[in-house]
Design a protein around this ligand. Structure first.
Ligand SMILES: Nc1nc2c(c(=O)[nH]1)N[C@H]1C(S)=C(S)[C@@H](COP(=O)(O)OP(=O)(O)OC[C@H]3O[C@@H](n4cnc5c(=O)[nH]c(N)nc54)[C@H](O)[C@@H]3O)O[C@H]1N2
Ligand SMILES: Nc1nc2c(c(=O)[nH]1)N[C@H]1C(S)=C(S)[C@@H](COP(=O)(O)OP(=O)(O)OC[C@H]3O[C@@H](n4cnc5c(=O)[nH]c(N)nc54)[C@H](O)[C@@H]3O)O[C@H]1N2
Ligand code: SF4
Ligand SMILES: [Mo]
Length: 767
């Protein structure tokens, strides 16, 4: 199919706003999915890919980390999965003349939407120092440039090696091996900006930073509390699991400043009643909480549970579980005794009666699951907030039994697996020991830098080379101006990517783009066609094999790129047979099976239909690998963000038609926004108080302690039913407002969902 890039209208000139939807999916999602996919891929290609998606012998959806159900249907994907596939499998290629026509400066003037629509990257390109243009280079030349720059560093710690969460287990394992053999633990990843707060909070309290439930637990739960998550857009097939739970009698509570459509009602496109009927009402209770109010809410619910126990001793708490498995209850109880209800109401914006109702639901249910995503992790107090989820669940033994447990819902399709494979700047000594044992070299032991510290390192001249396996670091991270200056000050930046994005336009003195194959494509190596593996959010590991011919003979699999890079940089200094590993991924999995716990007999287990589930002590046998060997109650001081009068607290969210920094279109159907992104959702009461009105324009200034005036200009105001005092804008645009130093305590995750802002009236933009 010979197609030119679509003409991209990427200004907000035709912006239209209508009322938000009260229901997710249904017929509109089908009518969106198929024409979109066919238009991008053509009918044959669309059929070939969508049919293989999430099937046991097909490829894993590259979008989110939601798991596959045990029994697969013929069409086992959602609207947003289909969009992700269409975006990758679009046969459009960046033409040869592109690099002469577009210099780096002009690319930096383009939007993410435009960049992503130019087609697949099909050959390695290099921008030498002093030139504004990329030019094609051979793979050998590209690897030679990287080796030269890495060898010229005074220390391996002067390079940083980013990973985004689409990377397969095999590529991730080899990448961390290469980086550690090179001599550094500088392995930042997108998780640093995502569920890092979760990993830390759960690691300290229950010993494992991953979901303690399985797919089938959702249908067994009596109560599911969904906090800080927008599943209708970000994990659409979770709505199917919620519907099943609902039909089996579960009650569902949504805690969110926004009445997200997917939380309210779901019209399952796979059921007749969902296509044309009323759908299933999902949330029995919607708590419209203020931004960052969740810690107060959770403490208030736990306090009510403890009060109920005090009134009827021995009947409310799970005493047997507490006695056998937990530590710290007395301190927790003492701490909550002083909880100030007025402070709770101020922090949450809720009424006492609403919190009573949630507590009553919690007390009635024998099996409770709490899920969460970025609405909890990207706040200053994210780590203690998630610890309060654990506290509440422990009180009644809601962990390690069917239908119960804490369940963070991860973002990128293999972000969890990448961590399991060792992509982390501070992997524990037992992992490094196993690596040493397997490969016979001494891995560095000093912790490396995470994402925010990588930006600081580049900004301050300590880090001179940036290599990124996927992703779009410069636009995903906070404080855009600082991040861009930081990357521009490096000697070399390297992006291993499928499609263009801002990280190819904002680059170091020298820059390389290395084109990678995606999930949909056949991966042929010396040893024949290969498959890779991924781990979803409930710790299930399965195989993924593409069906399409590779976009170009000059694009390589991520495994190939990493193996050849390692060979070029390390030579024979590390005893790994890179050529053999590249030729046959079973050889990679063999190493993994020796190094990573839970992967014993990897090559056998992965060939069982549907893969296997990793062991998880708390989930499987109520064993808690914490410092004390017990599940830990924690005491967390409640601290509420004080928003000065006349200011709002701002969060940044994803629209329905984007995947992180990738734009599929400029629409956000469920929130009623069409053909535009430069908008700010504000409560009508706040608009009135600020003397502003729907349809007007404002400049948004963030008010940080460092005195820097960060501004996002000319956003159109939308009067919206959000919680009072809270505003919402889109990510990544809002990143200009988030100070680099504004991060979650402990996890260093950018606090991109609680920015104190001031709105100044502005003129409407001229298009
Ligand atoms: N289609 C699509 N799917 C995706 C992605 C995508 O961009 N597009 N991204 C993937 C990735 S990497 C991730 S991490 C996930 C993200 O999945 P989500 O976390 O669901 O995505 P966000 O858009 O950040 O939405 C955050 C939600 O939390 C709410 N929220 C914000 N602050 C608070 C708070 O203080 N308290 C409470 N209770 N709620 C709050 C917001 O109103 C919003 O509903 O999705 C993954 N899946
Ligand atoms: N303000 C604000 N900032 C945020 C967030 C927020 O909610 N608000 N969310 C944060 C979160 S949760 C995350 S996870 C990060 C996301 O940060 P990243 O993971 O760095 O960003 P993505 O936009 O997912 O990366 C998209 C790019 O990945 C490349 N790509 C796609 N598929 C493949 C592949 O198969 N192989 C390779 N090699 N490359 C591929 C393409 O070139 C594409 O342009 O952003 C964070 N930033
Ligand atoms: S729920 Fe997530 S993983 Fe499943 S098809 Fe949709 S986008 Fe893909
Ligand atoms: Mo994420």
């Amino acid at each position: 199919m010979d197609r030119k890039p679509p003409v991209v209208h990427d200004s907000d000139a035709e912006l239209r706003v209508s009322a938000p939807k009260r229901s997710a999916a249904g017929l509109p999602s089908l009518t969106e999915t198929l024409p979109h996919a066919v238009q991008q891929m053509g009918p044959a290609r669309a059929w070939k890919t969508l049919r293989a998606m999430n099937q046991k012998d097909g490829f894993d959806c590259m979008s989110c980390a939601w798991p596959d159900p045990p029994d697969r249907k013929l069409a086992e994907f959602c609207e947003n999965g289909a969009k992700a596939v269409g975006w990758e499998a679009d046969p459009l290629k960046i033409p040869a003349g592109f690099w002469d026509e577009n210099d780096v400066g002009s690319l930096a003037g383009r939007s993410e939407y435009w960049l992503g629509q130019q087609g697949r990257l099909v050959e390695p390109v290099y921008k030498p120092a002093g030139s504004e243009h990329y030019r094609p280079v051979s793979w050998d030349e590209a690897f030679g440039i990287i080796a030269r720059e890495l060898h010229s560093l005074d220390s391996p710690d002067q390079a940083t090696f980013y990973t985004s969460g689409r990377t397969s287990n095999e590529a991730a394992f080899l990448y961390q091996l290469f980086v550690r053999a090179f001599g550094t633990n500088n392995l930042p990843d997108c998780s640093n900006m995502c569920h890092e707060s979760t990993g830390l909070a759960m690691g300290e309290t229950i010993g494992v930073g991953k979901s303690a439930v399985s797919y089938t637990d959702f249908a067994k739960a009596e109560l599911i509390i969904i906090m800080g998550q927008n599943p209708g857009t970000c994990h659409p097939r979770m709505l199917t699991a919620l519907e099943e739970a609902k039909l089996a009698g579960a009650s569902i509570v949504a805690v969110n400043p926004l009445p997200e459509a997917g939380l309210i009602n779901f019209k399952n496109p796979q059921r007749p009643r969902g296509l044309i009927g009323k759908g299933t009402d999902l949330a029995d209770q919607f708590l419209q909480i203020r931004l960052a109010g969740d810690m107060a809410l959770l403490q208030a619910v736990s306090k009510r549970v403890l009060d109920a126990e005090a009134k009827a001793p021995g009947t409310v708490l799970d005493h047997a579980f507490l006695a056998e498995h937990c530590q710290g209850l007395a301190e927790f109880q003492a701490h909550l005794a002083d909880l100030d209800e007025q402070e709770v109401l101020a922090a949450t914006g809720l009424r006492s009666g609403e919190i009573d109702e949630l507590a009553a639901r919690y007390l009635r249910a024998e099996r409770v699951i709490i899920t969460w995503a970025m609405g909890l992790t990207q706040h200053k107090k994210a780590v203690p907030t998630i610890k309060e989820i654990v506290n509440l669940l422990l009180l009644r033994g809601n962990i390690g039994k069917p239908g119960a447990g804490p369940s963070p819902i991860r973002g990128h399709s293999n972000v969890q697996g990448d961590r399991t494979m060792g992509i982390w700047e501070k992997m524990p000594p037992r992992f490094l020991d196993a690596l040493q044992q397997e490969f016979g070299f001494e891995p560095p032991r000093k912790d490396g830098v995470d994402v925010v510290d990588s930006i600081r390192g580049m900004r301050d001249g300590r880090i001179k080379v940036l290599i990124a396996l996927g992703g779009n670091l410069v636009h995903a991270v906070s404080d855009t101006a600082v991040a861009e200056a930081a990357v521009r000050s490096t000697r070399l930046s390297v992006q291993i990517s499928t499609k263009l994005n801002r990280s190819h336009a904002v680059v170091g003195e020298q820059a390389l783009i290395l084109p990678a194959l995606g999930r949909t494509e056949i991966d042929r190596q010396a040893g024949g066609e290969q498959f890779v593996t991924v781990e979803d959010t409930v710790c299930a590991v399965h195989a993924s094999a593409g069906r399409l011919e590779p976009i170009s003979a000059d694009a390589l699999s991520e495994v190939s790129i990493v193996c050849r890079l390692a060979r070029a940089v390390l030579g024979d200094s590390v005893p790994a047979d890179w050529a053999a590993l590249e030729g046959n991924y079973d050889a990679v999995r063999e190493h993994i099976s020796h190094v990573v716990p839970g992967f014993e007999d990897f090559n056998t287990k992965i060939r069982h239909s549907g893969g296997f589930v990793l062991p998880h002590g708390p989930r499987d046998e109520r064993s808690f690998p914490t410092a004390t060997g017990k599940a830990m109650f924690t005491v967390n001081a409640l601290e509420t963000i004080q928003v000065p009068a006349g200011r709002l607290l701002l969060q940044s969210v994803r629209s329905h038609d984007q995947f992180n920094t990738t734009m599929y279109s400029l629409n956000d159907r469920y929130r009623g926004v069409k053909k535009g992104r430069m908008v700010l959702f504000v409560h009508p009461g706040d608009l009135a108080e600020l003397g502003l009105s729907d349809g007007g324009y404002v400049d948004v200034h963030s008010e940080a302690d460092d005195g820097v005036d960060r501004v996002l200009r000319q956003l159109r105001l939308i009067s919206y039913p959000t919680a009072r005092g809270c505003a919402t804008a889109y990510y990544p645009e809002a990143n200009v407002l988030v100070p680099l130093d504004s991060t979650a305590e402990g996890s260093n995750t950018p606090a991109s969902k609680s920015v104190v802002v001031r709105l100044e009236p502005a003129a409407a933009p001229q298009y």
